[in-house]
Write a protein that binds this ligand. Sequence first.
Ligand code: SIN
Ligand code: CO
Length: 382
Amino acid sequence: MYQLTINNLSQNEFLAQYWQKKPLLIKNGFENFQDPITAEELAGLAMEENIESRIITNKNNTWDSHHGSFEDFSLLKPTHSTLLVQAVDHWHVESAELLEAFRFIPNWRIDDLMVSFSSPKGGVGPHVDQYDVFIIQGEGKRHWRVGMPQSELKEVIPCKNLLQIENFEACIDVILEPGDILYIPPGCPHEGYAIENAINYSVGFRAPNQTDMLSSFADHLIDNELGKVRYSDPMLSVRNSIGEIQKDELLNIKNLLLNVINDENALQTWLGHTMSEAKHELDIAPLEELYNCNDIIDLINQEDISFIRIGGIRALYQVNNNEIIFSVQGENFIFPVKMLESIQLLTDNTSITSDQLKSSINFSLFIKTLTKIINEGYWYVE
Ligand code: SIN
Ligand code: CO
């Protein structure tokens, strides 16, 4: 269990003063920090084909970027090299624990845990990310500089696949030690170079842009045969110029588009579906011997049984007039509002005990769904 201390700030004070506003150095955010993963284990993950990884080298100011998977680590030199592995929380249970310390931010905003190993002087160079990130220092030390958003920053491409920026002015210039954390809002330039072999953990967030959302919502409309209302103009009259699309016609089109977004049911269904989908592959193994609902009830009736959500599974819910849309791994389930507390057990905790579930035992729809998501391999029983 990792206990996060944000200097002398409460979680609410941090959100009000820093979240999406300005970078913050959190000195000793995790006291006596113990790395959940070793460099060797990280390298092991980078050998897997379905895990996204990169090695970046910057010897003599010459940048190179190589995509994994890797059969060996000859590219990872004793200096000037970084190995980065995405979505480590999906594959490594102990690393996934780190995310739990940041769960004061809603599930749907949290993306994944990226872990890097850098040899001395290794780094990815000065860059800007589009998402908030907490960078936690694990073993070793790394020199970080972070700036406020600067409009004049010029982009440079030192090698294919690597987008960097020119020099920036730093408001934080610090050597991070184990357990120290940097919070960096979107758009803030930053760069970090290892002083000694260093492991860093980046807790990344999701913030879809309008294009992402409109295109995904349009896919949802197509898949569900929605949004079929066509433009119509029964009040059309003869006009002087036939070349013009008139303002009121533009307005009609705008309203037609807004009507489909104003369909709250369609919007919520899409939102649950899209936000509960993981961006990276998951370590899912559907059960070969399936449980039935009675098996699950028997387990709940026992003592000391835990139901554990696997790393990377996104569990969310939305309340709609008189029902709840529970979403997991791109699938929506509808429940009556009286089952809210049972659903919250699944969404707000990564592990729940049979004791916590006892009050839900008579909700047959809930038990049926729990049985399904366990059989799918999204939760496991321990
Ligand atoms: C890293 O750990 O090297 C990269 C983290 C970042 O700058 O986003
Ligand atoms: Co970054």
